[in-house]
Ligand binder design. Structure first.
Ligand code: NIG
Ligand code: FE
Length: 412
């Protein structure tokens, strides 16, 4: 016996967008069905199609039926870049930046990531899980069913492991842990090279052995991790079986996106400084371009060239980059709104970026991102027309969210 969502007014399968690998997507690729049904069996989608084609034998099977008349159904959102686990906030620095201090100046004086490091090192596992879960619940209430969670605010062995453990204790949605020990240089080390050797020799093997993360990220940037040492470090991570990703070309063109392509990383993230040359090699690769416009808004910098990337057939994902420094917001609507207003992305492109594109960034494209038979029943049901998505910032619309076939949120 399953759960049959019946009389769905509009169902966006995203199946054609998934078949195209999330590239070059038009409205027709949203796979829009009118008057449709979807059958959930256990944690998977067992059937999807128009009501007219509903198999007769379903009537005999005693499925629990939910009438979805007037509602829109689409894949749950995939939030593929967050720094969910941290303690404290950086509101005072935000004020300083608004009064003229730069992000790098604040970081060089021991503020920035290092100020969050102090709070995070002294927080208990329980505290980190508690605040992390509250934040995760807020994502779920926006229709997020898969959430990436980075460590990277502890920068020592003991507390980085604590942060990864906290990430693994987050529940209510599918989580993907990423090890971002290479986020900033902690005070215990003099050079980035020394710190990366420590991470490679003493931390990565422990993270791998304890299965605390399956991905490794590094902040490649002038004044942060240099590209050559990062390459060596990421190759070591790759040899231990980790998937790779790179915080790339955010504040300056520093070789991060080229490195992502060279190493076959899953994603290059930020990418606002890239030129035509990097865009063309990204487009030819399997690297997903993860764009984070809320961080660009808070940093008062330009937005990434999404239009050129998409037109060159790069695969694009969008995410909040939720973190206390450069993007203290969890608002998916704001991200989608900026993509439309400032990056010339169409609404079908934004929806695809937040589902199929983001699923690829997490190497989960076989499980999530579209509503197809055999994929996980990660489903967002909304009262409104899909054309009103990513339109009204600050709204909290009525929704019902299933993750792996379980109802995880409703305010219908
Ligand atoms: O994604 N770029 C590096 N990391 C974060 C910022 C972290 C912080 O400032 O706390 C980002 O923007
Ligand atoms: Fe980030």
């Amino acid at each position: 016996m399953g759960t049959l969502l019946k009389n769905i007014s509009t169902l966006l399968t995203l199946a054609p967008a998934a078949a195209k690998g999330g590239r070059g997507v038009k409205e027709a690729d949203l796979g829009i069905l009118s008057n449709a049904s979807l059958l959930i069996e256990k944690d998977k989608i067992a059937w999807v199609g128009t009501d007219k084609k509903l198999p007769k034998e379903f009537a005999k099977k005693n499925h629990k039926e939910i009438n979805m008349k007037g509602r829109t159904v689409l894949p749950g959102f995939v939030e593929c870049h967050t720094h969910l686990i941290f303690a404290g906030n950086r509101a005072a620095e935000f004020e300083m930046r608004n009064q003229g201090a730069s992000y790098q100046e604040i970081a060089a004086k021991g503020g920035g990531i290092l100020s969050t490091m102090k709070n995070t090192r002294s927080a208990s596992l329980n505290d980190l899980v508690k605040t992390g879960q509250q934040r995760a619940d807020h994502f779920i209430s926006q229709g997020v069913t898969t959430l990436e969670i980075k460590s990277g605010y502890a920068l020592n062995l003991k507390d980085e492991l604590k942060c990864l453990q906290a990430g693994q204790k987050i529940s209510g949605l599918r989580t993907v842990n990423t090890f971002l020990g290479a986020h900033a240089l902690p005070p215990e080390y003099k050079t980035y090279e020394e710190y990366l050797s420590f991470l490679a020799d003493e931390v990565l093997p422990v993270v791998a052995k304890k299965k605390l993360a399956r991905r490794v990220d590094v902040f490649v940037e002038k004044g942060f991790f240099p590209v050559e040492a990062s390459e060596k470090y990421l190759r070591k991570a790759q040899s231990l079986g980790f998937d790779l990703l790179v915080h790339a070309d955010q504040l300056s063109l520093s070789g991060g996106s080229d490195l992502a392509v060279k190493l076959g990383a899953l994603s290059g993230d930020h990418l606002l400084q890239v030129t035509e040359k990097e865009i063309s090699s990204l487009a030819k690769s399997e690297v997903t371009a993860v764009l984070l416009p809320a961080a660009d808004l808070y940093m008062k910098v330009k937005y990434p060239a999404a239009r050129q990337m998409i037109d060159a057939r790069a695969r694009v994902a969008l995410a909040t980059d939720f973190n206390p420094g450069t993007s203290p917001t969890q608002d998916l609507n704001l991200v989608g709104l900026l993509a439309r207003l400032e990056m010339k992305m169409t609404l079908p492109e934004v929806i695809t970026a937040y589902t199929v594109g983001a699923a690829h960034a997490l190497n989960l494209q076989g499980e999530v991102g579209s509503l197809e038979v055999g994929k996980s029943a990660d489903i967002l049901c909304i009262e409104q027309d899909w054309k009103t998505l990513f339109y009204s910032v600050g709204e909290s619309s009525k929704k019902l969210v299933f993750q792996s076939g379980k109802k995880v949120f409703t305010n219908l």
